[in-house]
Write a protein that binds this ligand. Structure first.
Ligand code: ADP
Ligand code: MG
Length: 741
């Protein structure tokens, strides 16, 4: 009788309680678990050989393998030769004083002998290896000085009498993740292979494929059963690749379906149809002292299509610091205004709101449009007056902070919301503002257009997953004439020269930021350290200049006051121990010196550097790090992970100012789970998909998913029942919430 998927591994031949417990430790309880206990690597042992033919080939210096193999680069597939040989003897050898190794002689009856050598785990091998026993031996051979074939740490599977032929036919074999508990319980690679083979044999006939055949045909996907078979026992590297492709595709396809369903719901809402031709926008464009970049025009094109579509816009405008998002947002707001709607711009801090307010007022000077600002701390009379202007619709554009939804403002046909640095607002905060503007539109069920902006570049593959239910426009081009910030890593002993350079720049009228990461444990100590750094810099390094201090113990309004004074030029140098506001625009500040730069994350350093280089003057960024890094610098490959990561971060910044490149390196260093707290943002941990390298598959799976939802919005078609089941299995409550189950 065939065993069911839920049958426990205990019932398999050769599995007693001890082995079952060892397997359970790795999460393998049932036959089904075995099926999905995927190999961590594969060994290509299709080359079976004899000691004689190996010896002759190596002596003639012939190549033993066709290399490079596909997948070899990923460390997933290795070539080895396999032979069946008897262990003749085993001796222990001492070398280099007190070091020891095990040396064995092997014989396969081909007329030539070979040697096997072990340096590690001698106790284990002394125990495990039995002279006289027949082994299937696999490894990569070399010739020793006497011309004898030698294997260093080969893999050896004892062969039971009568099983020789099984091993002589080489194939591609899986290598599973063996734990020490498994090894101690006698679970070898060979044994696991046999267990998995049994599970495959029992379960494959009972499995049904969640993906319908048409989809499989269109996207050239192996059937599930074949994919699983190939994942464990590939018949060729190509088949293995196809099996992996199938699993990756399915995983991403299901996730993209979730996003497509979410978007389907958004799309069903009714939006405002706006005419994108706007007299004010045209007027502004003519007044601008510059041309829009191609990227800005492309984004506006996307936005115009959204605004006139009759569906609510839900667009992310992504662009590096300085890429010119503000103008794009303002032009969009003017379209809304000319269509008779109010436009709201929300920023995460007062300082940013104020800056936007002033920028917009300046750009709209000479027009009859009224721009107002709604922030905290405004006196009651002013506030009353502003609320009045907002409620009557006298105010066309409203810029503000949280006050936009915390005050008792009643909006007047607020048809467009622009949210700057959207990641700094919670979902609820955004929802509240949306609700307010929705209410102001009167007509039941109509939803305002929303444009969110972010200066945190993320790789495209990730944005397709992270913001998968938003449309994305990317400003991947800086305005012309921007000189990239000259960036240099300096060691602490070089600081005097750096300070000299900064003084020269200050004398030429520029301003500088100097940033310290504070690592003191207590707030009191932090304040002390900050003050000490500050006083020392002022006294010893910049006695003839004025320095301002920005530290974490200041209230937010005190911080903003310091920033404002710096912006007015009252300080030459701003010493900061707290992160300088993202988005702050002080073109005259052209120098950034970051102390202990190795302590900052890559994205953080990039954001910090983005504070300079916002004018036409050449800007400089110095990343100061401890002197001993100089020693490690050139041998980066040999360094432990942590330090290596720090070196990679600093080097990357030195080499590029491209935020997307930097984000990609960051993604590699930290893994997607960490970046932007994606887990929190609702992106699952993927088992098969690699968000960095599988961009093509992600694109294809996304296309397939969105296409499917277009054809069958509720997945009601009978051929899609497998997909429904897989969705609710994998995403449970989330899928339920989406009303498909
Ligand atoms: P961010 O995307 O970081 O918000 P901003 O919108 O603040 O960037 O723009 C940065 C600076 O670049 C501003 O001073 C803005 O006037 C200027 N700018 C924007 N677009 C262009 C352009 N196409 N050509 C030249 N300068 C531009
Ligand atoms: Mg900005």
């Amino acid at each position: 009788m065939p065993l069911s998927a839920q049958a426990e591994v205990q019932y398999l031949k050769g599995i007693g309680p001890r082995r079952a417990a060892a397997l359970a430790q790795s999460g393998i309880h049932t036959l089904h678990d075995l099926l999905y206990f995927l190999p961590r690597a594969y060994i290509d042992r299709r080359t079976t050989s004899t000691l004689r033919s190996l010896t002759l080939a190596l002596r003639k210096q012939e190549r033993l393998f066709e290399e490079p193999l596909p997948l070899a680069e990923e460390g997933l597939l290795f070539s080895e030769v396999t032979l069946v040989a008897r262990l003749e003897d085993l001796r222990e050898h001492t070398y280099a004083g007190n070091r020891r190794m095990l040396i064995g002689t092997i014989d396969d009856g081909s007329g030539m002998r070979g040697t096997i050598i072990f340096w590690n785990a001698l106790d284990y091998y002394r125990d495990f290896l039995q002279p006289g026993q027949l082994y299937a031996l696999a490894g990569r051979p070399t010739l020793d000085r006497r011309g004898i074939v030698t294997f260093h740490h080969p893999e050896l599977d004892p062969i039971e009498p009568g099983e020789e032929e099984l091993y002589r036919t080489g194939g591609i074999l899986p290598k599973y993740r063996l734990t020490n508990t498994m090894r101690r319980a006698g679970l070898t690679q060979a044994r696991l292979r046999r267990l998995v083979a049994t599970a495959l044999e029992q379960l494959l006939p009972t499995l049904s494929d969640p993906l319908p055949e048409t989809l499989r045909r269109t996207y050239e996907l192996l059937p599930l059963t074949e994919a699983l078979q190939q994942l464990h026992f590939p018949t060729s590297p190509t088949q293995l690749q196809q099996a992996r492709y199938r699993m990756k595709f399915e995983e991403m396809f299901l996730f993209q379906l979730l996003l497509a369903l979410r978007r389907r719901d958004l799309r069903q809402e009714q939006g405002l149809t706006m005419n994108p031709r706007s007299a004010h926008a045209r007027w502004l464009l003519q007044r601008l002292p510059f041309e829009l970049t191609r990227a800005q025009r492309r984004a506006l094109w996307d936005i115009a299509a959204d605004l006139s579509s009759g569906r609510p816009m839900n667009r992310l405008l992504q662009g590096d610091v300085g890429s010119g998002k503000t103008i794009v947002a303002l032009l969009t707001m003017l379209v809304a205004v000319d269509n008779g709607y109010q436009a709201i711009l929300m920023a995460p801090t007062e300082l940013l709101a104020e800056q936007h307010y002033h920028t917009i007022c300046r750009l709209l000077e000479g027009s009859e449009l009224r721009v107002v600002q709604l922030v905290g701390g405004q006196n009651a009379r002013l506030r009353r007056e502003l609320l009045q202007a907002i409620a009557t619709g006298e105010a066309h554009i409203i810029v503000g902070t949280h006050a936009l939804f915390e005050s008792s403002a009643t909006y007047h046909r607020a048809g467009l919301l622009v949210i700057d640095e959207q990641h700094r607002f919670g979902v609820l905060q955004r929802a509240r503002l949306r609700e307010l503007s929705r209410a102001s539109l009167g007509t039941a069920g109509v939803v305002p257009h929303v444009l969110v902006m972010s200066a945190t570049p993320i790789p495209r593959t990730l944005s397709m997953t992270l913001y998968g239910d938003l449309d994305v426009s990317i400003l991947d081009e800086l305005p012309p004439g921007r000189k990239p910030v000259v960036t240099k890593v300096v060691f602490e002993s070089q600081l005097p020269q750096v300070y000299e350079f900064i003084r020269a720049q200050l004398r030429a009228g520029r301003q500088a930021y100097i940033v310290y990461p504070l690592i003191e444990p207590s707030e009191k100590l932090q304040l002390k350290a900050a003050t000490e750094h500050f006083e020392e810099l002022q006294r010893e390094v910049f006695p003839e200049f004025r320095c301002g201090l920005l530290h974490g113990q200041l209230f937010w309004y005190e911080k903003e006051e310091v920033m404002r004074a710096f912006a007015r030029g009252e300080y030459h140098v701003l010493v900061a121990t707290t992160v300088i506001e993202v988005g702050i625009d002080i073109p005259n500040a052209t120098i950034m010196l970051i102390h202990n730069a190795e302590r900052f994350g890559l994205a953080q350093l990039h954001q910090l550097r983005g504070r300079v280089g916002r004018g036409t003057e050449q800007a400089y960024c110095f990343l100061a790090t401890r002197d001993h890094f100089r020693y490690h610098w050139h041998r980066a490959d040999a360094e432990p992970r942590e330090r290596l990561a720090a070196i990679v971060r600093l080097r990357t910044l030195e080499q590029t100012t491209d935020g997307f490149r930097i984000a990609e390196v960051d993604l590699r260093l930290r893994g997607p789970g960490d970046l932007l707290g994606t887990r929190q943002a609702g992106v699952p941990e993927f088992q098969y998909i690699d968000l960095i390298t599988d961009g093509d598959i992600i694109t294809r799976a996304r296309q397939a998913a969105f296409e499917l939802i277009k054809q069958d919005p509720h997945l009601h078609h009978p051929t899609h029942s497998g997909i429904r089941r897989a969705l609710s299995q994998r995403y449970g409550t989330a899928a339920h919430w989406l009303d498909i189950g």
